[in-house]
Ligand binder design. Structure first.
Ligand code: IPE
Ligand code: IPE
Ligand code: MG
Length: 238
């Protein structure tokens, strides 16, 4: 964990927001903005590798986003499928381990298979972990972690007296083993967490920018990293 000033964060997470507005400003359909947003993911991944960031995670689709129009959802899922297929060789070349976290039960079999194949193929790459949060929400994650813990322990002797600790819960989250984010970036000027990693961001530094996600490229990412490097993190201590 980066606990001193001037450090490169170990884990940066991004709420990629503003694709729809970016498209609307250009008189285009929302999907046009989502497509351009993929280019921003590519640029940020490149900079993360260059900077020696170990984990870059991005919020791509929330549990709540399932309530969007079917055409937009289908377009986004198609885009995801295409992007994974296209980017896999680059992941291999740059030593990027690709992972997806979220409620897979709602994804199509085709997409699940593509994700699975890419995760398996890249699982030994160690420069950077690129983690996509897809069909994810923070509350979903905490609830599934609690249920998993109960399932695994309720049959054990003395289960009636069982107490779950913070460590138990963290160990059952879908992010188990991944360090908590040091820096959370949200684009498009919205000042909220929108049910993202609720548990894991307890001590994360926040960075909000008005820039819309399709315009967030290396220069903008570097600016966020520069701001982070000047923050003093205290973790409740003096
Ligand atoms: C972020 O952009 C991408 C997703 C949530 C899938 P939006 O689609 O939310 O774009 P805006 O916020 O409507 O501009
Ligand atoms: C948050 O963006 C989710 C993702 C970026 C995937 P939204 O656009 O869905 O969030 P709200 O609705 O403005 O809070
Ligand atoms: Mg939005």
């Amino acid at each position: 964990m980066a606990s001193e000033k001037n450090n490169v964060p170990e884990h940066v997470t991004i709420i990629m927001d503003g694709n729809g507005r970016w498209a609307r400003q250009r008189g285009q359909e929302r999907l046009y903005g989502h497509k351009e947003g993929v280019e921003s993911v590519r640029a940020c991944t490149e900079l993360a590798v260059e900077k020696g960031i170990k984990y870059l995670s991005v919020f791509a689709f929330s549990e709540e986003n399932w309530d969007r129009p079917v055409a937009e959802i289908e377009g986004l899922m198609q885009l995801m499928l295409k992007a994974i297929t296209m980017e896999t060789p680059t992941f291999q070349k740059n030593g990027v381990r690709f992972r997806v976290i979220g409620d897979f039960s709602r994804l199509s079999e085709k997409l699940r298979k593509e994700i699975d194949d890419c995760m398996k193929l890249t699982c030994n790459n160690s420069n950077l972990q690129l983690i996509i949060f897809l069909s994810y929400s923070g509350k979903w994650d905490i609830v599934q972690a609690a249920n998993k813990f109960m399932r695994e322990n309720s049959e054990k002797e003395g289960a009636g007296q069982l107490q779950m600790t913070a460590e138990d819960l963290a160990a059952n989250l879908s992010t188990a083993g991944i360090p908590d984010p040091d820096l959370l970036i949200r684009t498009s000027g919205e000042l909220r967490i929108s049910n993202y990693m609720l548990w894991q961001t307890a001590y994360t530094e926040y960075y909000f920018t008005d820039i819309l996600w399709p315009d967030f490229r290396k220069t903008e990412f570097q600016q966020a990293l520069d701001t982070y490097s000047k923050r003093e993190r205290r973790f409740g201590k003096v």
